[in-house]
Write a protein that binds this ligand. Structure first.
Ligand code: MLT
Length: 271
């Protein structure tokens, strides 16, 4: 049958979780890799990585609750609740083992998943993410952010997104910042609040990486203003099988340093 869709078009699929469809894409075949996006993002941010890996791996990219096409489930989306949604997809697809790649909040969800399902996880990539909990000042910032979002989600988004990038001046990045803002503006107000509330109460999970029986990859942005790079080296020293890649970027390495970060993820997935 002829369609007008581009050849690379990957249809979204969904499974119901607590009555709400959780959307994802499923490409390629081979050992499974699950990609989890960060706060205010959606599964599309992984498109280039997923395309690049689909010739060797089965690649799932999931819209976490309250993001992308996946609706909200609760006032608070705890990392554990989001991880349950991920588990549902993995289970329904009968995937026995997988690697997880989580950007920032996606990394917090990956850690919660790894804690609950150690037998499934064969590798964990914390992509500009941390196993530490929010500090008290960070919690206060989250409360402030929630008040701003309640008044004006778009104001919040336009303030927050440029800050994720190392520089906002380079021309190619301007297009990516605009793209990131466009994705973020599609996030419903309740999705933003639920994620902020969830991140605020998330648990410290250093023990998960310390005793990880699988490889842990840290991708670190040298100029990341969200997850400062100093504290990450201490964490990267914890797992027995750990690798650290430092990219010359802010918090958005998949856009700011795509070659270096994709090469690191390819290597991790191959191991
Ligand atoms: C993210 O990019 O997912 C968030 O900014 C992480 C955070 O706020 O802790």
């Amino acid at each position: 049958m002829k369609t007008n869709l581009p050849e690379s078009f990957i249809p979204d699929k969904a499974f119901l979780f607590k009555g709400v469809p959780v959307y994802f894409t499923d490409r390629g075949s081979g050992p499974a890799v699950v990609f989890l996006h960060g706060f205010l993002e959606n599964k599309e941010i992984w498109n280039d990585f997923a395309e690049a890996l689909a010739s060797t791996n089965r690649v799932l990219c999931i819209d976490l609750p309250g993001h992308g096409k996946t609706g909200c489930l609760s006032y608070v989306h705890s990392m554990e609740l989001m991880a349950e949604a991920v588990y549902l997809i993995v289970k329904k697809l009968r995937i026995k083992r997988c690697k997880l790649v989580g950007h920032s909040m996606g990394g917090y969800v990956a850690l919660a998943f790894a804690e609950a399902n150690p037998e499934i996880v064969t590798g964990l990539c914390l992509f500009h993410s941390t196993a530490r909990a929010d500090t008290e000042p960070k919690k206060t910032d989250r409360n402030r952010a929630i008040q701003v979002v309640k008044k004006s989600p778009s104001l919040f988004i336009k303030e927050v997104i440029p800050n994720l990038f190392y520089t906002t001046k380079q021309k190619p990045l301007k297009r990516l910042i605009a793209k990131t803002i466009a994705i973020a503006l599609k996030t419903p107000k309740q999705g933003i609040i639920a994620a902020l509330e969830g991140m605020k109460i998330r648990l410290e999970r250093e023990l998960i990486i310390r005793f990880a029986p699988y490889p842990v990859l840290f991708i670190i942005g040298k100029h990341d203003k969200i997850i400062p790079y100093e504290g990450l080296f201490e964490q990267a020293a914890l797992p027995e099988n750990s690798k650290t890649v430092v990219a010359n970027c802010g918090h958005m390495g998949f856009y700011e340093a795509p070659e270096k970060t994709l090469a690191a993820v390819k290597e991790f997935v191959k191991e």
